[in-house]
Design a protein around this ligand. Structure first.
Ligand code: FBP
Length: 555
């Protein structure tokens, strides 16, 4: 079944800036100019867990491949592409990169997009991607060209449907643009295709704003740069508002799931008064009570300086790192897994309180009812608690207010506490991509096409040296299984791509440590302003600190 999107209608609603961005020509390393002559040759062994290798008997898992020049490919390619999971700025550029590269290989090459995520592959819902179609999506944010979704291709039945789809279309390759879980699925899909004698290559592309898909082969996923810049603009503006009005405490929660990469980057960009880093709280076994004490201490201290305003950054996944809440969440996960009807019950909150251990129940009962209900929400298809749906910023605000009231009664504080809650979340995922993300995502698309041209399967396309100018970027291809390890998912050990949490001994975190005490009382606020697309390259093309820190001369 074919579904058509109407680019002409879409074009009528583009703003002047969106139109100007359509004209932007993404840059890419010169080696990706003509992908028809790119080939890959084995270049040494790569370390791989034996148990993981056994799961992928058909894939060439333990060999690193380097890019070399080969005989040109002179036949058309037919490629399918799918966007998987949450939006990340640059997705449309990956698609444009694949399109332009495959058309250059041969003008009769074809690209089709599977609609609304991996479900589109299972149900064979697709649309043809043409030059005309792409005209309104180049360098634009969002994933609305072909849509995305979180359905996994996991069961034997789903895998067989996917196999039928790629065989029906006679695809040379399928590009999966996704995060750690989607790329894990890409590895299993490529193994399944090989096992069933299907020659369609499966290639992964690292996408997610969260920054947790990074390792020795992936410096950052596309989308992180734009999301951090979007949030930093908002935080910088709120800081300016705070020192102007001098009456509000802004509690700002930042997207990023468990990892605090986004929060740390935004803190370095904006210098807030207090920033929590989930990984540090975990390392120090901090509890929710200790976090509240830290916020209240800051407010008391700043009042002594005559300041009744401030900026507090909270990573989206903070509650998963707090020792007491961790215990509660793990008990809730077990309860929800074992009693599927629990969430539907009218008396679910009372029932949960009865089933929890004493300490978990007492913490759960101390939460406002809204937070209790949010903690009981269904887990996502990968078994993750949906942290973006839990209003942690409001929970911290309410608990801080209670603590301050107590301190007031004890004569320790006599101020006014006016908090405001913000969630920097979905808007960063679909912002107009920065030049960095436009260039990076487009280059990844071109590289994916090169892999498919040479029938390479089970690889992720990546680019190193990203802190340098684009011409010095270094495209690399990496077998997906070598990024995997075993992890408990819904109580069962599964081979998955390892998420990378923030390194509390890393360069960036140390930079933050050097400054955070001064930022508490001094208002060292920095206002980065909106993403710049035009002007000096210092303003337009330099990536965020997280990416810069990967090079020798950093922050
Ligand atoms: P991906 O891992 O798919 O890239 O999604 C990331 C993310 O934006 C998280 O930062 C956030 O917690 C989550 O998606 C929100 O999910 P949903 O879109 O289902 O509300």
């Amino acid at each position: 079944m074919t579904v058509q999107i109407q680019p002409k209608k879409k074009a009528q609603n583009l703003s002047s800036l969106q139109r100007a961005r359509l004209e932007y020509s993404p840059q890419y390393p010169s080696i990706l100019e003509d992908v028809s002559i790119l080939d890959f040759k084995p270049d040494g062994k790569i370390s791989l867990d034996d148990e993981i290798a056994k799961i992928f008997p058909h894939l060439h898992t333990g060999v690193l491949e380097s890019i070399v020049l080969g005989e040109p490919i002179d036949h058309p390619l037919k490629i399918g592409v799918v966007l998987s999971g949450g939006q990340a700025p640059g997705g449309h550029n990956v698609i444009s990169g694949i399109f332009d590269a495959c058309k250059k290989v041969h003008p009769d090459s074809e690209l089709i997009g599977f609609l609304d995520g991996p479900k589109g592959i299972i149900d064979n819902q697709w649309c043809e991607i043409t030059q005309d179609f792409l005209k309104v999506f180049r360098n634009q944010g969002g994933f609305d060209s072909i849509g995305s979704g979180r359905v996994k291709i996991e069961s034997e039945e789903q895998l067989l449907s996917a196999l039928r789809t790629v065989q029906e279309h006679k695809l040379d390759g399928l590009v999966i643009i996704g995060g750690d879980d989607s790329n894990t699925n890409a590895a299993f899909l490529s193994e399944f295709f090989l096992e069933h004698g299907c020659s369609t290559s499966v290639v992964g592309i690292p996408k997610t704003i969260d920054g947790d898909l990074q390792n020795q082969f992936i410096e950052i996923s596309f989308g992180f740069d734009t999301a951090c810049r979007t949030y930093s603009e908002i935080i910088g503006n709120l800081e300016r508002d705070a020192i102007s009005a001098k009456k509000y405490y802004y509690f700002i929660k930042l997207m990023g799931r468990a990892a605090s990469h986004i929060t740390l980057e935004c803190a370095l960009q904006t210098h807030p008064n207090l920033t929590f880093i989930g990984e540090e709280l975990l390392k120090e076994h901090k509890s929710l009570w200790q976090v509240i004490q830290e916020i209240a201490d800051l407010i008391v201290l700043r009042k002594k300086e005559g300041k009744e305003y401030g900026i507090i950054l909270i990573p989206e996944g903070i509650i998963e790192f707090l020792s007491d809440v961790q215990l509660l969440i793990s008990e809730l996960n077990v309860l929800l897994h074992a009693n599927e009807d629990l969430i539907q019950r009218q008396d679910r909150i009372e029932r949960v309180e009865q089933l929890l251990s004493l300490s978990a129940a007492s913490l759960f009962s101390s939460f406002p009812e809204k937070i209790q209900s949010q903690l009981l929400l269904d887990r996502d298809p990968h078994g993750n608690i949906q942290v973006s749906k839990i209003e942690t910023e409001r929970l911290l605000m309410q608990m801080t207010a209670k603590e301050l009231e107590k301190r007031k009664q004890e004569g320790e504080w006599d101020g006014t506490f006016s908090p405001q809650a913000f969630f920097c979340g979905y808007e960063g995922r679909s912002a107009l991509p920065s030049n960095f993300d436009c260039n990076y995502a487009y280059s990844l698309g071109r590289l994916a096409c090169a892999l498919i041209g040479r029938k390479k399967t089970g690889f992720i396309a990546s680019i190193l040296n990203l802190s340098q100018p684009v011409l010095a970027w270094k495209p690399v291809v990496v077998p997906l299984p070598c990024m995997m390890h075993f992890e408990a998912r819904k109580g069962v050990m599964k081979a998955v791509i390892k998420k990378t949490l923030l390194d509390c001994d890393g360069k960036l975190f140390c930079e933050f440590l050097k400054n955070r005490t001064a930022w508490k009382l001094e208002d060292s606020y920095t206002q980065p302003g909106p993403i710049q697309f035009y002007g000096s390259s210092e303003l337009t093309d330099k990536p965020v600190f997280t990416v810069q820190s990967k090079s020798v001369s950093s922050v």
